[in-house]
Design a protein. Sequence first.
Length: 259
Amino acid sequence: MFTRPRPPVWLWFNLLSLDAPLIALVWQDFLARCYPTALQATGRGVLGLTVWAIYLADRLLDVRQPGCAPQSIRHKFYQQHRTFAQALLFVVVCVDLLVASRWLRPAVFDNGLLVTAGVVAYLGVFPLTRWGATAWKKPLAAFLFTAGTFLIAWTGAGQPARQLAWPAAAFCALCLGNLLMIGRWSQAATPQSHNISHAWIWLLFLAVCLAGVRSSTWFAAIVFSTAGLFALARWGRRISGDARCVLADALLLTPLLFR
């Protein structure tokens, strides 16, 4: 009797889409320490649940057609365990809505509605139309991820554009580089795709190093992450694509080095 091989243990955190919520929470906490912000447990919980729900929904939408060919082990997982993922998504969304509607600060809740509208448009436009493979998908995903991570700090800042615009732009660039690299590695990579990946990471490395001249702990963490992504792109070809994707996300946890 044929049995499907089980994914390795180190990949389960990624398969369950828990890596993105963890990254968002780590950077949200780091932001509150670098640019002092009143960060409550409710705000942390809503961010983690919301990001988790978005990633679950996005992957389910990617495999919504019964005959679609999965591009990566993550897509295969969601295709094979669609019912479980749908039930998990339902529970996460219900808990998220309950916490947000009852305990989230009104100002944060109101601003969160704007981000929610962008997420709904993202989930509706790209997966359900022919625009899914356009060049706009990953930049918009990076922007929305940044908006959610910065939501509470932006709401509480006296002059948010002046205080947080550059930190947000640098973080968004880091997220974009991460998404572009993972997108390439999740597919059957060709020599041309490797070159494109390296071109993006070179440009990102230069931009973030320039931003790091600002002598801020925030920018230092971004430079550390970018340097790690660059090294992974440059010398990590002998590592499997799945392992590189996991390492690319792990390299975004550099704020833990600055505690």
